[in-house]
Design a protein around this ligand. Structure first.
Ligand code: SF4
Length: 327
């Protein structure tokens, strides 16, 4: 029998958006789990990612990243809607300029998955649509600031844009002589690997700039054969592949889990880059691992891994001129 191959757009539209339906699929009792059935930041998860969760296990580390629970409604004075000061650092439509030589361009407000710990879960994305006018303004800002050597495409998830929009944007950036690098931050290779098509990789390889793709994986269970094949395609486009993770309570906060993640990433040809302390976005406090515990974990990891597999432990601080490297 012929297997029907779905496009990535079909996979995206058929993902779970209802907690009850997801619980049923995962053989979990829907009513006993502290689940939030309605949230301004709704449940969203591709089926392919849900397939990697263990059925019947409410503590599955992938499920815990995406299942809305009532802890998100608790308020804490040190957690807020803009924890890293993105809004104050917005210079032109969608362009965030915090660090020397680099700007971040918000290309879309959409993601393939809604991660409960997301630092932009409360971000005002109304203006996030990638219009021609928005590109013109952003390109104009980058052209005028000749010390910018790197543009970071962010969101939302920039790889959710159509190939046409990505190609158009890269073409515009290619024309700016003082730019050396285009960095793309995306969780798509992890959560919707079918999006990494040959056509997309071809357009990346056609760029005159050095392309860096930072994937966002937090746990080794996320890394299956489909993710491996997506990473291989990206590598063939000659892009550099890095990973950054967020340190998340009861998800990846043991040295064994972090080591297993680094080892598997390297097997996929991806270098572990950053391990972030949680940004204090409202609704995410239950994911927080304190700095002292994080440093202790890093010390354990360093004893067991070669240096190139040890990510830098960092945190972002509003107003700081760079990420704060803790260990
Ligand atoms: S993919 Fe990234 S931007 Fe999107 S919800 Fe997850 S952490 Fe946030």
């Amino acid at each position: 029998m012929n297997q029907i191959v779905k496009t990535w757009q079909q996979e995206l539209s058929e993902g779970f958006s209802n907690a009850q339906e997801l619980c049923h699929y995962l053989d979990l009792p829907p009513n006993k789990n502290n689940i939030l059935y309605s949230s301004k930041f709704p449940l969203k998860v591709p089926r392919e990612f849900a397939n990697r969760m263990e059925k019947g296990n409410l503590y599955d580390p992938l499920l815990k990243q995406i299942l809305p629970i009532s802890d998100e409604t608790l308020e804490f004075s040190d957690f807020n809607s803009d924890p890293v000061g993105d809004i104050n650092a917005m210079k032109a439509s969608g362009v965030i300029h915090k660090y020397h030589g680099r700007v971040l361009f918000i290309t879309t407000g959409s993601c393939a998955i809604n991660c409960r710990y997301c630092f932009r879960r409360n971000f005002p994305y109304q203006d996030a649509q990638l219009s021609t006018q928005k590109i013109v303004k952003a390109i104009d800002y980058i052209k005028k600031n000749t010390d910018i050597s790197e543009v970071i495409l962010s969101g939302g998830d920039p790889l959710l844009l159509s190939d046409k929009k990505i190609i158009n944007l890269i073409n515009e950036l290619d024309k700016i002589n003082h730019l050396s690098r285009i960095r793309i931050h995306s969780r798509i290779p992890i959560v919707l690997p079918s999006r990494i098509t040959s056509e997309l990789c071809h357009s990346l390889s056609a760029s005159k700039k050095k392309i860096i793709i930072v994937i966002h994986s937090n746990h080794e269970n996320e890394l299956n054969d489909k993710v491996k094949s997506a990473c291989e395609k990206i590598k063939q486009s000659k892009a550099t592949l890095l990973n950054q993770s967020v340190l998340l309570k009861n998800i990846n906060d043991t040295s064994d889990q972090l080591i297993a993640l680094s080892e598997k990433l390297f097997f996929f040809d991806v270098l572990p880059y950053y391990l972030h302390l949680l940004d204090k976005a409202s609704g995410t406090r239950h994911f927080e691992v304190d700095q002292k515990t994080a440093i202790h974990l890093m010390n354990q990891i360093k004893k067991r891994l070669p240096g190139y597999l040890v990510p830098k432990l960092v945190r972002e601080q509003e107003g700081a001129k760079n990420k704060i490297i803790i260990a």
